[in-house]
Design a protein around this ligand. Sequence first.
Ligand code: SFD
Ligand code: AMP
Length: 623
Amino acid sequence: MDHFETIEIKTDILILGGGMSACGAAYEAAHWAKQHNLKVTLVDKAAMDRSGAVAMGLSAINLYLGKNSLKDYVTYVKNDLMGIARDDLVANIARHVDSSVHLFEKWGLPIWKDEEGNYVKEGKWQIMIHGESYKNIVSEAAKNALKELGDNGSYYERIFITEPLMDGDRCVGATGFSVRENKFYVFRANAVLTTMGGAVHIFRPKSVGEGLGRSWYPPFNSGASAYFTIKAGAEMTSQEVRFIPVRFKDAYGPVGAWFLLFQAKARNSLGEDYMETRVAELEKWAPYGKVKPIPANLRNYLMMLDIEDGKGPIYMRTDEAIKNLLGKIEDEKEARKAKKHLESEAWEDFLDMTISQALHWASSNIMPEETPSEIAACEPYFIGSHSGASGAWVSGPEDMAPEAYKWGYGQMTTVKGLFAAGDASGASSHKFSSGSFTEGRIAAKEAIRFCVENPKVSAIQQEKIDIVKKEVLKPLEIFSNHKDYSIDPEVNPNYIKPKAFMHRLQKIMDEYAGGVSSGFKTSKAFLERGLELLTFLKEDAENLAASDLNELMRCWENKHRLAQADAHIRTLLFREETRWPGYYFRTDFPTMKEDWKCFANCRWDPESGEWEMIRREIIDLVE
Ligand code: SFD
Ligand code: AMP
């Protein structure tokens, strides 16, 4: 594609993504880069002001330690993940997270305060914010930090990263293309930090047709982190641990504030609280079924059992919760004032982070103080920073990690020079927005150390760049070569358009890998058949076609999704037990097994193209 200019950028540290972790990374990297006269470059596929999961804003910061102990937090996270977590990574983030939250406040993020001036807590670890502009505030600070570096700091927006650039076993950069101009980019770097979020639309979503695109997880994150680390040959962890949140139905509004702050109950159509009526089920999942709070997947599972028994729909009893909260106030005038206040908090919860839910309430005549609202399980997502765990297997902190969990630089993947944070790094769930920002900071500091200690990068041969460029732009060429063969450019035997490709991927995942339509259930036979179908889809991925730059991005999003799907199915197959009912259920291995209390890791070998499945030991730092 001669009409695509090739732009080469040289940098010391390359930050991929512009989300929460990337902003933390840029902020921290700028500080250390100044001391060592190093260059920092950040690349986002979108505009940092509103890119990634926090685009719409958030109504709470879900990780703030405050007066709680580190040990308590690590125990909470591990229990919530049914025993599968890297204590060292979780503790490392948690011990630094509060300072990040204080920075957010300093930069202008309004945090709710009580009459004594303390943060208003949603739950034990969560604090409430007026967070509609959360991402703008954080990205502004990150950009300012880069600007302060002068020529040594830059950020590129609307550039879609496609591939890692490798020099033997070391990652030395990335390639991408502008989604607005005919420009192909080559970023060469001493250290690369991937923070390109998790993935959605790998499974068929519940919102189809006119609602396609409406999902809980932001549609812009499409598996770039997983693809990037897999393609570089990095070991991956917890690829089976998808996350299925329960949300207000159809518009995906958050439930945390209702459950924790407003103390609401979810009840089935008969008025029963499944958390009480199904308590016996929790025994089967001991010891995790007995901890408090009950792990998110088990809470989901009890609800799903009610649905399977025909007891749905399930309603969040917002009406009941508001009545209970007001019932405690005797003075009538005070009660009226409190009601108004509660109502406005309820609406703000949505307006801060899921505006569509407020519209949905308004358009369906829902007044939370009077009307219960339907909640439901979403489709599966890959978000290692929330209650999922998928991501790259990274080296732990020098002072805390057991020997088996560290190999030089903190947050470095098993590939030299390639670091990961946020959704891109695995087995350290519940970092959320504040923890992802913090992990980005930790990773950037280590990446700078790597740059200082490993300054030499050999030049990449031009022929190699030319081959990658041809491959990246291939969908445009395929379309232009074959578009006139059929009357409708969407249907053509010579190629597949990205939307059709995505639907096919979603159908396979939904039906064979435990999606919504199969009630999140799967088995060896289904998974093996799913893998077989993925093989055919992989062949067709070579014939993806794009009519313009936007579709070129869609093609690459789907190539990225495919790698995430592949790793997911293989790891579901590998782990012969059911450990996270409510996220997925292996019908052929319906119970949790002690000998599977381990990490299920995998690695794709760039030389042979073969996958290797690996068990890694869980080393507890706290009991
Ligand atoms: O509770 C490419 N999260 C919440 N965290 C909280 O602290 N409080 C909440 O209230 C939260 N809620 C919530 C949350 C997430 C979501 C999806 C919803 C609601 C609906 C979690 C946090 O948001 C999450 O942990 C962090 O944002 C993770 O940070 P990070 O950096 O790992 O991901 P990102 O912020 O999504 O950024 C990804 C970036 O990558 C870019 N990108 N760039 C270049 N090339 C490519 N190919 C790329 N692909 C992606 C993106 O543009 C973006 O900049 S609650 O309701 O659940
Ligand atoms: P959510 O809105 O579901 O993402 O929840 C926000 C935060 O509250 C996360 O830290 C959740 O783990 C936590 N949370 C949500 N619901 C509950 C619940 N019923 N019990 C305990 N923690 C919850």
